[in-house]
Design a protein around this ligand. Sequence first.
Ligand code: FES
Length: 120
Amino acid sequence: MSGVPPASPVAVCDSASLKEQGDGIRFELDFGGERLPAFAIRIDGVARAYLNRCSHVPIELDWIPGRFLDPESMMILCATHGAQYDPRSGRCLGGPCRGRGLQRLGCEERDGMIWSWAED
Ligand code: FES
């Protein structure tokens, strides 16, 4: 236990707005003392959230806002140099991420809403 109270969940969007293998929903949350960009996507019916920050260079992943997935929805792609991440886990699949995955966030669907929070 670090003694730091858990972060309050952020309301990301209503459940219906997060489409299966569709565009991600961008939001911001407090992480490590900073207000940072993040996104949620839905894969296999499950809402998942990550910081919107490539592990190669800490810049946002999407080139068109909300467009995180490749055309086949098999991976999250960084628009800048093509790092590839598993959308189910954030694990690096190839490219400049060199084994470093995305920062996962807590994510839960409750009462018709998507909620997210910072996790260690
Ligand atoms: S900044 Fe994402 S691959 Fe280089």
